[in-house]
Write a protein that binds this ligand. Structure first.
Ligand SMILES: [Zn+2]
Length: 422
Protein backbone atom coordinates (compact mmCIF):
# COMPACT_ATOMS: atom_id res chain seq x y z
CA UNK A 1 0.00 0.00 0.00
CA UNK A 2 2.77 2.43 0.81
CA UNK A 3 4.55 1.35 -2.32
CA UNK A 4 1.54 2.33 -4.35
CA UNK A 5 1.28 5.61 -2.55
CA UNK A 6 4.94 6.30 -3.12
CA UNK A 7 4.57 5.65 -6.81
CA UNK A 8 1.65 8.04 -7.02
CA UNK A 9 3.39 10.80 -5.17
CA UNK A 10 6.56 10.43 -7.22
CA UNK A 11 5.29 10.19 -10.79
CA UNK A 12 8.19 9.55 -13.11
CA UNK A 13 7.57 11.99 -15.87
CA UNK A 14 7.19 14.71 -13.30
CA UNK A 15 10.07 13.58 -11.14
CA UNK A 16 12.64 15.06 -13.46
CA UNK A 17 10.82 18.36 -13.22
CA UNK A 18 10.81 18.37 -9.45
CA UNK A 19 14.09 20.22 -9.45
CA UNK A 20 14.67 23.11 -11.76
CA UNK A 21 18.28 24.05 -12.12
CA UNK A 22 19.66 26.47 -14.60
CA UNK A 23 23.10 25.02 -15.08
CA UNK A 24 23.77 27.10 -18.14
CA UNK A 25 23.39 30.23 -16.09
CA UNK A 26 25.66 29.24 -13.26
CA UNK A 27 28.81 29.95 -15.24
CA UNK A 28 27.75 33.58 -15.31
CA UNK A 29 26.93 33.68 -11.64
CA UNK A 30 30.16 35.43 -10.69
CA UNK A 31 28.69 38.66 -11.98
CA UNK A 32 25.44 38.22 -10.12
CA UNK A 33 24.84 39.54 -6.62
CA UNK A 34 25.21 36.95 -3.92
CA UNK A 35 27.60 34.79 -5.89
CA UNK A 36 30.11 34.83 -3.07
CA UNK A 37 27.78 32.46 -1.25
CA UNK A 38 27.43 30.09 -4.13
CA UNK A 39 30.33 27.67 -3.87
CA UNK A 40 29.88 24.19 -2.48
CA UNK A 41 32.01 21.13 -2.01
CA UNK A 42 35.71 20.43 -1.76
CA UNK A 43 38.33 21.95 -4.03
CA UNK A 44 41.27 19.97 -5.37
CA UNK A 45 44.83 20.77 -4.38
CA UNK A 46 48.03 19.45 -5.91
CA UNK A 47 48.86 17.03 -3.12
CA UNK A 48 45.48 15.40 -3.53
CA UNK A 49 46.25 14.29 -7.05
CA UNK A 50 45.95 10.66 -5.98
CA UNK A 51 42.25 11.31 -5.57
CA UNK A 52 41.81 12.80 -9.02
CA UNK A 53 40.65 9.60 -10.80
CA UNK A 54 37.94 9.31 -8.13
CA UNK A 55 36.72 12.88 -8.40
CA UNK A 56 34.03 11.98 -10.91
CA UNK A 57 33.31 15.21 -12.74
CA UNK A 58 30.06 16.96 -13.52
CA UNK A 59 29.01 16.50 -17.09
CA UNK A 60 27.77 19.28 -19.27
CA UNK A 61 24.19 18.77 -20.35
CA UNK A 62 23.16 17.28 -17.02
CA UNK A 63 20.91 19.66 -15.08
CA UNK A 64 21.84 18.47 -11.63
CA UNK A 65 24.69 16.02 -11.35
CA UNK A 66 26.43 13.83 -8.77
CA UNK A 67 29.76 15.24 -9.99
CA UNK A 68 32.45 16.54 -7.64
CA UNK A 69 32.86 19.42 -7.12
CA UNK A 70 29.35 20.84 -7.22
CA UNK A 71 29.17 23.71 -9.72
CA UNK A 72 28.60 27.24 -8.48
CA UNK A 73 25.11 28.67 -8.13
CA UNK A 74 24.00 26.55 -5.18
CA UNK A 75 24.12 27.39 -1.50
CA UNK A 76 27.39 26.92 0.38
CA UNK A 77 27.13 23.69 2.38
CA UNK A 78 29.64 24.29 5.18
CA UNK A 79 29.82 26.88 7.93
CA UNK A 80 26.87 28.92 9.11
CA UNK A 81 23.99 29.38 6.73
CA UNK A 82 20.92 31.49 7.43
CA UNK A 83 17.56 30.12 6.32
CA UNK A 84 14.66 32.52 5.92
CA UNK A 85 11.36 30.81 6.76
CA UNK A 86 8.14 32.35 5.49
CA UNK A 87 4.77 30.83 6.31
CA UNK A 88 2.20 31.67 3.63
CA UNK A 89 -1.55 31.21 3.25
CA UNK A 90 -4.23 32.13 0.73
CA UNK A 91 -7.71 33.68 0.64
CA UNK A 92 -9.12 30.22 -0.22
CA UNK A 93 -6.85 28.39 2.24
CA UNK A 94 -6.43 30.44 5.36
CA UNK A 95 -3.80 29.26 7.79
CA UNK A 96 -5.32 27.58 10.83
CA UNK A 97 -3.70 28.36 14.15
CA UNK A 98 -0.29 29.91 14.61
CA UNK A 99 2.12 30.19 11.70
CA UNK A 100 4.89 29.42 14.18
CA UNK A 101 3.23 26.05 14.82
CA UNK A 102 3.73 25.31 11.12
CA UNK A 103 7.38 26.35 11.48
CA UNK A 104 7.66 24.04 14.52
CA UNK A 105 6.72 21.05 12.34
CA UNK A 106 10.20 21.37 10.79
CA UNK A 107 12.35 22.88 13.51
CA UNK A 108 14.49 22.29 15.43
CA UNK A 109 14.64 18.84 13.79
CA UNK A 110 15.91 20.11 10.43
CA UNK A 111 18.86 22.01 11.91
CA UNK A 112 19.63 19.00 14.13
CA UNK A 113 19.47 16.69 11.12
CA UNK A 114 22.06 18.78 9.28
CA UNK A 115 24.27 19.12 12.37
CA UNK A 116 24.33 15.33 12.77
CA UNK A 117 24.78 14.50 9.10
CA UNK A 118 27.52 17.10 8.58
CA UNK A 119 29.43 16.21 11.78
CA UNK A 120 28.81 19.80 12.83
CA UNK A 121 30.18 21.36 9.66
CA UNK A 122 26.89 22.87 8.53
CA UNK A 123 25.44 25.22 11.12
CA UNK A 124 21.87 25.81 9.99
CA UNK A 125 20.26 28.93 11.41
CA UNK A 126 16.50 29.04 10.79
CA UNK A 127 14.94 32.47 11.21
CA UNK A 128 11.35 33.72 11.26
CA UNK A 129 11.49 37.53 11.04
CA UNK A 130 7.76 37.51 10.17
CA UNK A 131 6.14 35.16 12.69
CA UNK A 132 2.60 35.33 11.26
CA UNK A 133 0.93 34.02 8.12
CA UNK A 134 1.77 35.95 4.96
CA UNK A 135 -1.49 36.23 3.02
CA UNK A 136 -1.10 35.89 -0.74
CA UNK A 137 -3.24 38.19 -2.91
CA UNK A 138 -4.68 35.42 -5.10
CA UNK A 139 -6.43 32.15 -4.36
CA UNK A 140 -4.13 29.11 -4.24
CA UNK A 141 -5.95 27.67 -7.22
CA UNK A 142 -5.21 30.81 -9.23
CA UNK A 143 -1.45 30.09 -9.21
CA UNK A 144 -2.02 26.87 -11.15
CA UNK A 145 0.44 24.92 -9.01
CA UNK A 146 0.45 21.15 -9.46
CA UNK A 147 3.06 18.44 -9.09
CA UNK A 148 5.86 19.13 -11.53
CA UNK A 149 4.73 22.67 -12.29
CA UNK A 150 7.58 24.62 -13.88
CA UNK A 151 8.77 27.93 -12.47
CA UNK A 152 6.89 29.87 -15.14
CA UNK A 153 4.42 31.32 -14.69
CA UNK A 154 2.88 30.16 -11.40
CA UNK A 155 5.95 30.07 -9.16
CA UNK A 156 7.31 33.34 -10.52
CA UNK A 157 3.99 34.98 -9.65
CA UNK A 158 3.98 33.38 -6.21
CA UNK A 159 7.54 34.49 -5.44
CA UNK A 160 6.78 38.02 -6.64
CA UNK A 161 3.72 38.06 -4.39
CA UNK A 162 5.76 36.76 -1.44
CA UNK A 163 8.31 39.52 -1.91
CA UNK A 164 5.55 42.13 -2.15
CA UNK A 165 3.79 40.78 0.95
CA UNK A 166 6.92 41.05 3.09
CA UNK A 167 6.58 44.79 2.49
CA UNK A 168 10.30 45.54 2.98
CA UNK A 169 10.20 43.99 6.44
CA UNK A 170 12.71 41.30 5.38
CA UNK A 171 16.25 41.81 4.08
CA UNK A 172 16.51 38.94 1.62
CA UNK A 173 20.20 39.69 1.00
CA UNK A 174 21.10 38.49 4.49
CA UNK A 175 19.84 34.92 3.91
CA UNK A 176 21.42 31.99 2.09
CA UNK A 177 18.20 30.12 1.29
CA UNK A 178 14.45 30.54 1.62
CA UNK A 179 11.93 28.00 2.94
CA UNK A 180 8.33 28.73 2.01
CA UNK A 181 6.19 26.74 4.45
CA UNK A 182 2.76 26.68 2.87
CA UNK A 183 -0.36 26.32 5.01
CA UNK A 184 -1.07 22.57 4.93
CA UNK A 185 -4.67 23.04 3.79
CA UNK A 186 -3.56 24.49 0.42
CA UNK A 187 -3.53 21.92 -2.34
CA UNK A 188 -3.91 18.15 -2.20
CA UNK A 189 -2.88 15.88 0.64
CA UNK A 190 0.71 14.66 0.37
CA UNK A 191 -0.78 11.18 0.64
CA UNK A 192 -2.15 11.74 -2.85
CA UNK A 193 0.27 14.15 -4.51
CA UNK A 194 3.50 15.61 -3.17
CA UNK A 195 3.81 19.19 -4.34
CA UNK A 196 6.91 20.04 -2.29
CA UNK A 197 9.59 21.31 -4.62
CA UNK A 198 12.84 23.24 -4.71
CA UNK A 199 14.05 25.62 -7.35
CA UNK A 200 17.81 25.83 -6.98
CA UNK A 201 20.56 27.68 -8.80
CA UNK A 202 17.84 29.75 -10.45
CA UNK A 203 19.34 33.20 -10.97
CA UNK A 204 16.43 34.17 -13.20
CA UNK A 205 14.18 34.19 -10.14
CA UNK A 206 12.70 37.51 -9.01
CA UNK A 207 15.10 39.78 -7.16
CA UNK A 208 14.58 41.25 -3.72
CA UNK A 209 17.03 43.48 -1.87
CA UNK A 210 19.45 43.09 -4.77
CA UNK A 211 19.61 39.28 -4.74
CA UNK A 212 17.67 36.68 -6.73
CA UNK A 213 15.55 34.23 -4.75
CA UNK A 214 17.69 31.61 -6.46
CA UNK A 215 17.49 28.78 -3.91
CA UNK A 216 13.96 28.39 -2.60
CA UNK A 217 12.20 25.34 -1.17
CA UNK A 218 8.40 25.06 -1.03
CA UNK A 219 6.82 22.62 1.41
CA UNK A 220 3.14 21.66 1.18
CA UNK A 221 0.72 19.49 3.14
CA UNK A 222 2.01 16.98 5.69
CA UNK A 223 3.97 13.83 4.93
CA UNK A 224 2.07 11.81 7.49
CA UNK A 225 2.26 8.07 6.93
CA UNK A 226 -0.52 7.47 9.45
CA UNK A 227 1.68 5.45 11.78
CA UNK A 228 1.48 8.06 14.51
CA UNK A 229 5.06 9.24 13.99
CA UNK A 230 4.37 12.49 12.12
CA UNK A 231 5.84 14.63 14.89
CA UNK A 232 9.11 12.67 14.62
CA UNK A 233 9.33 12.09 10.88
CA UNK A 234 7.19 14.69 9.10
CA UNK A 235 9.97 17.30 9.00
CA UNK A 236 12.14 15.15 6.74
CA UNK A 237 10.76 16.62 3.54
CA UNK A 238 12.63 19.83 4.38
CA UNK A 239 16.18 18.38 4.60
CA UNK A 240 15.36 16.64 1.31
CA UNK A 241 14.28 19.88 -0.35
CA UNK A 242 17.21 21.76 1.13
CA UNK A 243 19.48 19.02 -0.25
CA UNK A 244 18.59 20.44 -3.65
CA UNK A 245 19.67 23.97 -2.72
CA UNK A 246 23.06 22.45 -1.85
CA UNK A 247 23.15 20.90 -5.34
CA UNK A 248 22.05 17.31 -4.71
CA UNK A 249 19.86 15.50 -7.27
CA UNK A 250 16.80 13.34 -6.65
CA UNK A 251 17.74 9.68 -6.32
CA UNK A 252 14.25 8.24 -6.62
CA UNK A 253 13.09 7.48 -10.14
CA UNK A 254 9.84 6.77 -11.95
CA UNK A 255 10.07 3.33 -10.32
CA UNK A 256 10.06 4.92 -6.85
CA UNK A 257 12.84 4.27 -4.35
CA UNK A 258 14.08 1.07 -5.95
CA UNK A 259 17.47 2.45 -7.02
CA UNK A 260 18.78 3.63 -3.64
CA UNK A 261 16.10 2.60 -1.16
CA UNK A 262 16.31 4.24 2.26
CA UNK A 263 20.08 4.85 2.06
CA UNK A 264 19.78 8.58 1.30
CA UNK A 265 17.20 11.20 2.12
CA UNK A 266 17.30 12.32 -1.53
CA UNK A 267 15.84 8.87 -2.29
CA UNK A 268 13.27 8.50 0.49
CA UNK A 269 12.15 11.28 2.82
CA UNK A 270 9.09 9.61 4.38
CA UNK A 271 9.13 7.38 7.42
CA UNK A 272 12.10 6.56 9.67
CA UNK A 273 15.10 8.88 9.64
CA UNK A 274 17.96 8.25 7.25
CA UNK A 275 21.21 9.97 6.28
CA UNK A 276 23.01 11.06 3.15
CA UNK A 277 25.28 8.71 1.22
CA UNK A 278 28.98 9.18 1.91
CA UNK A 279 29.36 10.35 -1.68
CA UNK A 280 26.99 13.23 -0.92
CA UNK A 281 28.93 14.07 2.25
CA UNK A 282 32.14 14.31 0.23
CA UNK A 283 30.38 16.41 -2.40
CA UNK A 284 29.05 18.72 0.33
CA UNK A 285 32.46 19.14 1.97
CA UNK A 286 31.49 17.23 5.13
CA UNK A 287 34.18 14.61 4.55
CA UNK A 288 37.78 15.66 4.06
CA UNK A 289 39.80 14.39 1.14
CA UNK A 290 41.95 12.32 3.50
CA UNK A 291 38.80 10.44 4.52
CA UNK A 292 38.39 9.25 0.92
CA UNK A 293 40.43 6.40 -0.56
CA UNK A 294 40.78 5.99 -4.30
CA UNK A 295 40.99 2.43 -5.65
CA UNK A 296 41.94 3.24 -9.24
CA UNK A 297 44.89 0.89 -9.73
CA UNK A 298 44.90 -2.59 -11.18
CA UNK A 299 45.57 -5.38 -8.70
CA UNK A 300 44.37 -6.16 -5.22
CA UNK A 301 44.23 -3.66 -2.36
CA UNK A 302 42.67 -3.59 1.10
CA UNK A 303 40.98 -0.76 2.97
CA UNK A 304 39.49 -0.12 6.39
CA UNK A 305 36.26 1.85 6.69
CA UNK A 306 34.74 3.42 9.79
CA UNK A 307 30.94 3.65 10.05
CA UNK A 308 29.59 6.71 8.23
CA UNK A 309 27.55 7.84 11.23
CA UNK A 310 30.63 8.23 13.44
CA UNK A 311 32.73 11.39 13.21
CA UNK A 312 36.27 10.95 11.91
CA UNK A 313 38.14 8.15 10.19
CA UNK A 314 38.20 6.79 6.67
CA UNK A 315 34.66 6.83 5.31
CA UNK A 316 34.60 6.15 1.61
CA UNK A 317 36.41 4.04 -0.97
CA UNK A 318 35.82 5.00 -4.58
CA UNK A 319 36.64 2.67 -7.46
CA UNK A 320 36.34 4.71 -10.66
CA UNK A 321 35.25 3.04 -13.89
CA UNK A 322 35.76 6.10 -16.09
CA UNK A 323 35.69 9.89 -15.60
CA UNK A 324 31.91 9.86 -15.09
CA UNK A 325 31.14 6.68 -13.17
CA UNK A 326 32.43 4.47 -10.43
CA UNK A 327 31.61 2.43 -7.35
CA UNK A 328 31.56 3.88 -3.87
CA UNK A 329 31.78 1.85 -0.63
CA UNK A 330 30.86 2.91 2.88
CA UNK A 331 29.82 1.35 6.19
CA UNK A 332 26.24 1.92 7.34
CA UNK A 333 25.09 1.11 10.86
CA UNK A 334 22.09 2.03 12.99
CA UNK A 335 23.46 5.27 14.45
CA UNK A 336 23.28 9.01 13.92
CA UNK A 337 20.56 9.84 11.40
CA UNK A 338 20.31 6.19 10.28
CA UNK A 339 17.59 4.74 12.49
CA UNK A 340 16.16 2.07 10.18
CA UNK A 341 19.30 0.04 9.40
CA UNK A 342 18.45 -3.65 9.93
CA UNK A 343 21.56 -5.18 8.35
CA UNK A 344 24.71 -3.15 9.07
CA UNK A 345 27.61 -3.60 6.71
CA UNK A 346 29.34 -2.28 3.62
CA UNK A 347 27.02 -0.47 1.22
CA UNK A 348 28.21 -0.60 -2.39
CA UNK A 349 26.70 1.73 -4.97
CA UNK A 350 27.28 2.92 -8.52
CA UNK A 351 27.55 6.68 -9.05
CA UNK A 352 26.94 8.02 -12.55
CA UNK A 353 27.56 11.74 -13.00
CA UNK A 354 26.19 11.75 -16.54
CA UNK A 355 22.74 10.66 -15.34
CA UNK A 356 20.39 13.47 -14.38
CA UNK A 357 18.28 14.07 -11.29
CA UNK A 358 15.36 11.65 -11.06
CA UNK A 359 16.82 9.39 -13.76
CA UNK A 360 18.84 7.14 -11.42
CA UNK A 361 22.26 8.78 -10.94
CA UNK A 362 22.98 6.32 -8.11
CA UNK A 363 22.16 2.61 -7.91
CA UNK A 364 22.73 0.52 -4.78
CA UNK A 365 24.03 -3.03 -5.22
CA UNK A 366 21.86 -5.52 -3.36
CA UNK A 367 23.84 -8.21 -1.54
CA UNK A 368 20.71 -10.33 -1.28
CA UNK A 369 18.51 -9.89 -4.34
CA UNK A 370 14.80 -10.68 -4.16
CA UNK A 371 15.02 -11.37 -0.44
CA UNK A 372 12.23 -9.00 0.52
CA UNK A 373 14.63 -7.18 2.83
CA UNK A 374 14.90 -7.10 6.60
CA UNK A 375 12.67 -4.15 7.53
CA UNK A 376 8.95 -3.89 8.07
CA UNK A 377 8.94 -0.17 8.79
CA UNK A 378 6.44 1.91 6.82
CA UNK A 379 7.85 3.96 3.94
CA UNK A 380 11.22 2.23 4.01
CA UNK A 381 11.99 0.48 0.72
CA UNK A 382 12.11 -3.11 1.93
CA UNK A 383 14.04 -4.95 -0.76
CA UNK A 384 17.19 -2.82 -0.43
CA UNK A 385 17.07 -2.66 3.37
CA UNK A 386 19.42 -5.68 3.52
CA UNK A 387 21.62 -4.44 0.68
CA UNK A 388 24.87 -4.03 2.68
CA UNK A 389 27.55 -6.68 2.34
CA UNK A 390 28.61 -8.63 5.41
CA UNK A 391 32.00 -10.26 6.03
CA UNK A 392 32.45 -13.14 3.58
CA UNK A 393 30.17 -11.61 0.94
CA UNK A 394 31.50 -10.54 -2.44
CA UNK A 395 30.25 -8.13 -5.09
CA UNK A 396 31.39 -8.80 -8.64
CA UNK A 397 31.11 -6.67 -11.79
CA UNK A 398 32.52 -8.98 -14.46
CA UNK A 399 32.17 -6.51 -17.30
CA UNK A 400 34.32 -3.94 -15.53
CA UNK A 401 36.58 -6.64 -14.02
CA UNK A 402 36.13 -5.55 -10.44
CA UNK A 403 35.55 -7.65 -7.33
CA UNK A 404 34.81 -6.32 -3.86
CA UNK A 405 34.96 -8.61 -0.82
CA UNK A 406 34.18 -7.71 2.76
CA UNK A 407 36.92 -9.46 4.74
CA UNK A 408 36.04 -8.69 8.34
CA UNK A 409 34.26 -6.56 10.86
CA UNK A 410 37.05 -5.52 13.20
CA UNK A 411 36.75 -5.34 16.97
CA UNK A 412 36.78 -1.52 16.84
CA UNK A 413 33.75 -1.43 14.54
CA UNK A 414 35.64 -0.79 11.31
CA UNK A 415 35.21 -3.04 8.29
CA UNK A 416 38.03 -4.36 6.11
CA UNK A 417 37.38 -4.71 2.40
CA UNK A 418 39.46 -5.98 -0.50
CA UNK A 419 39.08 -4.59 -4.02
CA UNK A 420 40.53 -6.57 -6.89
CA UNK A 421 40.74 -5.00 -10.35
CA UNK A 422 42.13 -6.78 -13.39
ZN1 LIG B 1 13.57 16.27 -4.56
Amino acid sequence: MQQTRRRIRRPGTLGALAVITLATLTSASSVLPGSSRSTAGPIATAEESALEPCRLTSTTGVQMSEGVPTPSGYVRSTGEIRALNLMIDFPDAEGAGSALDRFAEFFPQTEQWFATSSYGRLVYRPETPLPGWLRMPMAFSAYGIDRGSPYEPGYRQLVQDIVAATDHRVDFSSYDLVNVLVTPNAGPSALDTVLSVTFSGNHEAPYADGVPLANTSFVYSRQDDGSGTYSETGYRVLPHENGHVFGLPDLYTSEGGGAVGHWDIMSEDWGANNDFLGWHKWKLGWLDNDQIQCAAATGSSEYDLTPLAIKGGRKLVVAPLDSESGYALEVRTRAGNDEAVCKPGVLIYHVKTDVDTGQGPVAVADSDKNSGGCTRRPNVHAELSDAPYRPGETFTDQKNRIRITVLAENANGTYRVRITRS
